[in-house]
Design a protein around this ligand. Structure first.
Ligand code: SF4
Length: 367
């Protein structure tokens, strides 16, 4: 049976962070009956996909948002009862440190969640305030410690290239998280996306130079601390890579449940309607796109090159029936000379220098 990963979107947050352009809404703008209806719609969307799910091995379930930890474990119990969770290796729930305590974490663990991902972002109080996070530095440190007491496997997200953030600030964030013992760390640079408060305020992204300095520092610091840089933005202690995200980057199928969730299966991309109320009324999916062969190939190349392991040329040839190396021989040789890409044992992968400019390399391989 083929593998599939399941993503379930919980679009509610305490308030909107200044950099956020995700499909998320303040919880206070919904009634408790709206939330009941939303969860009923999630259940019915899972049932609607029962036939597909019965033909697949579910490798992971991921509750993302929004802020899934804004709601109690009971909300998730019923959703998890729709799956045979004994056979699901990884069940993750995203946590905002301002919304949990140890008891709540224990209740999540009791219902079968075996991994939590904490949105720490930074441990600098001024920068937390600038980002509009609802939690303090102290909340974040306590949440990390409590997550460690309850879960063997926990991850922390941080943001770098924030205006006025120094390398010393990043070092404090990383060393605190590493010392507490996070098994996995995701590091994203601050982007100012349309739809965010920062965009409306005209906040500018930091320079490429500041991005590169921060990113290089993170790579060196985490690798020296024993973490493997297994994907452009992700680092893990050995065997703690995110199974859910690896499923995306391997180009495998995923089923997205909930408002704004995206699915990819049987060479279709399906995007649900964003509005949680319309979604709850049964208005999904909103968009179905049948991917052409070239779109499938582009996506496969782009996703696989994100991983340090890179793309297996032999697997690619078997899957798409053409030789990627021959097709892009000149470009690959040029990128190789510039130390941006390597080819070893039938693997094509970005070097550390190449990861700094990954987007400009990906477009070289569009078919
Ligand atoms: S907690 Fe996450 S999803 Fe919610 S507003 Fe902040 S960044 Fe957006």
């Amino acid at each position: 049976m083929e593998n599939i990963a399941v993503y379930i979107h919980i679009p509610f947050c305490l308030s909107k962070c200044n950099y956020c352009s995700f499909n998320s809404y303040p919880l206070a703008s919904f009634t408790s009956s709206d939330i009941d209806k939303y969860f009923k719609a999630l259940l019915s969307e899972i049932e609607k996909n029962r036939e597909l799910l019965n033909k697949r091995d579910i490798t992971s379930i991921y509750f993302g948002g929004g802020t899934p930890s804004i709601l109690e474990a009971d909300r998730y119990r019923e959703l998890l009862s729709c799956f045979n969770i004994e056979n699901v290796q990884e069940i993750t729930l995203e946590i905002n440190p301002g919304t949990i305590n140890k008891k709540k974490l224990e209740e999540y663990s009791d219902i079968g969640i075996n991994r939590v991902s904490l949105g720490i972002q930074t441990l600098n109080s001024k920068l937390l305030n600038f980002l509009g996070r609802v939690h303090s530095k102290e909340d974040a440190i306590l949440a990390l410690k409590e997550a460690k007491e309850v879960f063997d496997n926990f991850s922390a997200d941080i943001i770098f290239a924030i205006p006025s953030q120094s390398i010393k600030d990043i070092k404090i964030d990383l060393s605190t998280i590493v010392d507490i013992g996070a098994k996995h760390i995701s590091c994203y640079s601050l982007t100012v996306d349309e739809g965010s408060k920062f965009f409306k305020q005209g906040i500018k992204e930091e320079s490429e130079d500041k991005f590169t300095k921060g990113y290089n520092f993170i790579k060196n610091f985490l690798q020296d601390s024993g973490y493997q840089h297994y994907e452009i933005s992700n680092f893990a202690l050995p065997s703690f890579e995110s199974k859910h995200n690896l499923n995306y980057w391997n180009g495998s199928e995923y089923l997205g449940i909930g408002a704004g969730a995206v699915s990819f299966y049987q060479n279709m991309r399906i995007e649900n309607i964003n509005d949680p109320i319309l979604y709850s009324n049964g208005d999904y999916p909103s968009k179905i796109e049948h991917l052409t062969k070239n779109q499938q190939i582009n996506e496969y190349i782009f996703l696989n090159l994100r991983k340090s392991e890179g793309l297996h040329l032999k697997d690619f040839k078997e899957k798409y029936n053409f030789d990627l190396y021959q097709r892009f021989r000149n470009k690959i040789e040029q990128l190789r000379k510039n130390n941006l890409i390597k080819v070893e044992n039938q693997r094509l992968f970005l070097t550390s220098k190449g990861m700094n400019v990954s987007n400009s390399i990906f477009i070289e391989f569009f078919v």
